[in-house]
Design a protein around this ligand. Sequence first.
Ligand SMILES: CC(C)(COP(=O)(O)OP(=O)(O)OC[C@H]1O[C@@H](n2cnc3c(N)ncnc32)[C@H](O)[C@@H]1OP(=O)(O)O)[C@@H](O)C(=O)NCCC(=O)NCCS
Length: 182
Amino acid sequence: MTEYLLKDGRKLILRDPALEDAADMIAYAKVVGAETDFLLMDENGIEGLTLEGEEDWIRGTLAAPNTKMFLGFIGSELVLLCDVRAAARKRISHVGGIAISVKRDYWRLGVGSIAMQAMIDFAKSTGVLRTLSLEVREGNDRAIALYKRFGFAEVGRHKARINVSGTYYDEILMDLDLTAQE
Ligand SMILES: CC(C)(COP(=O)(O)OP(=O)(O)OC[C@H]1O[C@@H](n2cnc3c(N)ncnc32)[C@H](O)[C@@H]1OP(=O)(O)O)[C@@H](O)C(=O)NCCC(=O)NCCS
């Protein structure tokens, strides 16, 4: 568990998930899914996900090599979820996929930046991960600016990959080469 000071003086706690967080995480996904069109989920969160399913996901995450999920809390409220997830197949096991979301009421406080730094530090500490990869919807300028600031660069696009209420958006693929960082 690590504590950080935010731009407005409040404290952010980052910690690993526990099985007891499962219900909170399901509710969180529905809130952030409803708040933005930039995620793959909507107000229904992750479709079909049960409490047992989320608990299994947490168990799997805690056991997976070179993988880490951070939950971020301000007071007792879950405001951030992010993870670095090493690819399972051996020949790409040096690649970590990352994902991040912050509850809208807590944007612009530096939560996203703290999470990005924590994920990159974790990835480097593994001694195994060499590349971090992510996907972001075109038009998500806030997220793209954040990723570029941490050294991610666009490496390609899936054209018209994401369908939000009948509008098709490109999915931008971005990578960070950890071996190029000091
Ligand atoms: C993207 C997201 C994680 C950023 O989280 P955050 O806590 O607001 O991040 P920060 O406060 O650290 O600010 C991030 C940076 O965004 C950039 N930014 C802020 N407002 C911006 C705007 N209007 N346009 C473009 N860039 C902007 C800045 O570079 C900012 O850093 P700075 O203000 O410290 O210079 C958050 O907005 C979010 O969860 N969005 C919805 C879900 C999502 O899109 N997730 C990513 C899917 S790929």
